[in-house]
Design a protein around this ligand. Structure first.
Ligand code: F0G
Length: 463
């Protein structure tokens, strides 16, 4: 009998499973009922009705035994908790910022940064928008201007750094409105809405030089910065021999300040960070946090949450952890490719972004192709993704019309250390089944629209 020859050595996760959480199996009948009740919005489903939850990687992580052990060491003092000081030391160590204010999650830090730095009539250039980030900038009186490179808006461009900033677009804006109207440039990486695409260190340096020339500050949405560092290590000349921690610190050294949704890289379930090297901004934030979050030594968190964040930071910079995480996303992408399912290339860091325009070409964008596709996948198998297209893009502030983004996507996001390869196989086969039956799929109409961040709560009906 011919025996198979060994042609490769597979990799596996650098951890094993100690605690398990049962998930409920659902039937097609249950799911069809559930998605109608949820107004075809996957954010409005009960998690009990979901089989494999790829809605987000935000706060959905599995913590390590070391993080859970740290939870028992929570110092729940109202003022001066020792966990706060442990966390502060780790922030200096990994992000290199001297000043820090904890927040309950990322958007609370976005709120404070926006209120402190922005004046009515200002402009904030950024490498594509993120939903909550842009809204806080707008609520503070600014107009957001997208200055990402054009490749980022093209789902089939294989550019290795689609998160890069277009220096010409940025310079044009500075020349048009004047540097005084631009309190800071906002850089995120990897860029969530572009498909989890990183920026390069070389591009960041160019942005920094331009900002320096015009005396404009540079702020960093460092929510998934370790994944950006991972792509720099793999793809950028000169970084192969550096550690993730070294690349992260080098990246952060170019910024005046940053915010982090700790619910991602830090592998916790809740938490946020505002950190800066600007003492004045820090003092304002430290004062503001007591109005909205809690005292500046807990910022809306329990002491135990801060301890889990501090310990999560040691794990977030471990190369093998990120490799396993990004490797799972890659595995999913490669399997989807076998079935010809269209998605954004290159495969991003935290998620696969299905290209709903290509998947459902018979639907016009105002029939909500991505919203439709997310609900069809859920009905097929109980796999939950989310819309990242016209619904997420909201309306134009001046005209009230829908924004029509070039990218109309369904995001399948991978919680860290939660699902196995077998779960991914099930998800892939379900999506491939929906793809085979795509011609029969009808679009949606919006029947309820909330004022802010409509994608979270909007309701739809079948056309
Ligand atoms: N910045 C980025 C790049 C994010 O992805 C998020 C959240 C935030 C800021 C806001 O942080 O949720 O802690 O308030 N992203 C989640 C997601 C919601 O599903 O992508 P938060």
């Amino acid at each position: 009998m011919a025996k198979k020859k060994v042609t490769k050595r597979s990799w596996a996760e650098p951890f094993k499973i100690k605690v398990v959480e049962p998930i409920k199996m659902t039937t097609r009948e249950n799911r069809e009922k559930a998605i109608i009740e949820a107004g075809y919005n996957t954010f409005l489903l009960k998690s009990d009705d979901v089989y494999i939850d790829l809605l987000t990687d935000s706060g959905t992580n599995a913590m390590s035994d070391n993080q859970w052990a740290g939870m028992m060491l929570g110092d729940e003092s109202y003022a001066g908790s020792k966990n706060f000081y442990t966390l502060w030391d780790k922030i200096k160590q990994y992000y290199g910022m001297p000043y820090f204010v904890p927040t309950h999650q990322g958007r609370a830090a976005e709120h404070m940064v926006s209120q402190i730095l922005i004046k009515e009539g200002d402009y904030i250039p950024g490498n594509m928008y993120f939903t909550t980030t842009r809204l806080h900038q707008e609520l503070a009186g600014a107009t957001f201007v997208d200055v990402i490179i054009k490749e980022a808006h093209n789902p089939v461009s294989n550019h290795p750094f689609k998160g890069n900033t277009d220096l010409n677009k940025l310079e044009d804006l500075i020349n048009k409105v004047g540097a005084k109207k631009i309190p800071y440039v906002c850089i995120a990486g990897p860029v969530n809405m572009a498909g989890g695409q990183p920026f390069s260190m070389a591009n960041l340096l160019e942005v920094k030089e331009l900002c320096k020339k015009h005396k404009i500050k540079l702020w960093f949405d460092a929510t998934r910065a370790c994944e950006n560092a991972y792509f720099i290590k793999l793809r950028e000349e000169g970084y192969q021999d550096k550690t993730i921690a070294q690349i992260l610190k080098e990246m952060c050294s170019h910024f005046d300040g940053l915010w982090v949704s700790a619910k991602k890289d830090l592998m916790v379930n809740i938490g946020g960070i505002l950190a800066t090297r600007n003492k004045k901004v820090y003092e304002e934030a430290r004062n503001m946090v007591v109005i909205y979050e809690g005292l500046h030594t807990y910022g809306g968190l329990a002491g135990r949450d801060m301890e889990a964040m501090a310990r999560g930071m040691d794990e977030m910079v471990m190369f093998d952890n990120i490799k396993a995480r990004v490797g799972q996303v890659e595995y999913c992408g490669k399997r989807l490719q076998e079935y010809g399912v269209p998605f954004v290339k290159p495969i991003g860091g935290h998620a696969i972004f299905l290209d709903a325009k290509k998947f459902l070409p018979h639907l016009k964008q105002d029939q909500f192709p991505a919203q439709t596709l997310a609900s069809e996948i859920y009905a097929d198998s109980g796999v939950r993704g989310m819309e990242r297209g016209i619904v997420s893009a909201g309306r134009n502030r001046d005209t009230g019309e829908h924004n029509y983004p070039k990218l109309e996507l369904v995001r399948l996001t991978f919680p860290r250390r939660v699902y196995t390869q077998a779960h991914i196989d099930v998800a892939v086969e379900s999506i491939a089944t929906v793809y085979e039956n795509r011609n029969k799929i009808k679009g949606l109409k919006m029947v309820y629209e909330p004022k802010y961040l409509r994608f979270f709560q909007a309701r739809f009906e079948k056309l």
